[in-house]
Write a protein that binds this ligand. Structure first.
Ligand SMILES: Nc1ncnc2c1ncn2[C@@H]1O[C@H](COP(=O)(O)OP(=O)(O)OP(=O)(O)O)[C@@H](O)[C@H]1O
Length: 237
């Protein structure tokens, strides 16, 4: 199974972000890093993958699903936004999991069990009953990732997940992402500027530039290797 972008163009009003995106990403346990300077379109690509935005021209499809991509994506992907918003302020993390599962038609009991189980791996067990509004910025982020992951959708879309996390929480996040891939078999897309986190978890890089994928690199890189690749790509004429 794979997600295919076929001649995808995306404008905001008249402003073009992507001109001609053509690529195929297999849906297997893997972590895909979306990389590039501010404003290049990383969040836009995550939103296209989530089916929250639709292409202005061209087609996104799942090669095995006989339904419009937007419909498939609404059930099989979870988008975790970069900011601290995302969950319901007056619910705790368990209640948020139940709320969002019921919206998606997913078993509430299963999500609750997953949240409790995954919270141990993510050092979040003591916060499960805290209202979202009373969590710190970094813990709000952890809560949103946890709720997304617990819903057992194949594709997790994480927009700048390490922003605002302290060092211990960044380490928890990296090992949690690896668990999601290795234990739960998720395909995880991450948009980030955090080279340390990216080099620790990413198996496959998409470097965005000038409305296209400038480089599609299907292997891990050390942090230094990633930084040199980045400099080389964005200094190219
Ligand atoms: N809703 C919107 N309406 C109009 N323009 C938008 C909208 N969202 C994003 N843009 C513009 O589209 C371009 C791509 O934005 P996007 O947020 O996808 O980039 P990004 O690579 O995620 O950036 P950053 O690294 O700063 O988060 C930017 O020029 C941005 O200003």
């Amino acid at each position: 199974m794979a997600i295919i972008f076929d001649k995808v163009k995306k404008n905001y009003g008249k402003k073009p972000v992507f001109y001609n995106l053509n690529f195929k990403i297999p849906l297997k346990p893997t972590v895909i890093g979306l990389v590039g300077p501010n404003g290049v379109g990383k969040s836009t690509m995550l939103r296209l993958l989530a089916g929250v935005l639709e292409p202005t021209e061209g087609l996104i499809k799942n090669d095995q699903a006989n339904e419009p991509y937007v419909k498939w994506a609404s059930l099989h992907t979870i988008f975790v936004a970069s900011g601290e918003r995302g969950l319901m302020y007056r619910l705790n993390t368990l209640e948020n999991g139940m709320y969002f599962s019921s919206l998606k038609g997913i078993s509430i009991k299963k999500t609750e069990n997953n949240i409790r189980k995954m919270a141990q791996d993510f050092n979040f067990s003591n916060e499960l009953n805290t209202y979202f509004q009373n969590l710190s910025t970094g813990l709000k982020k952890k809560a949103a990732i946890l709720v997304g992951a617990a819903m057992e959708t194949e594709v997790l879309l994480l927009d700048e997940p390490s922003n605002g996390l302290d060092i211990a929480a960044q380490e928890d996040l990296a090992s949690f992402i690896l668990d999601l891939k290795n234990k739960y078999g998720n395909t995880i897309f991450i948009s980030s500027h955090d080279t340390q986190m990216l080099s620790g978890v990413v198996d496959h890089y998409l470097f965005l530039r000038d409305g296209q994928i400038e480089e599609n690199i299907g292997h891990k890189m050390t942090e230094n290797g990633l930084i040199s690749e980045y400099r080389e790509i964005y200094q190219r004429k």
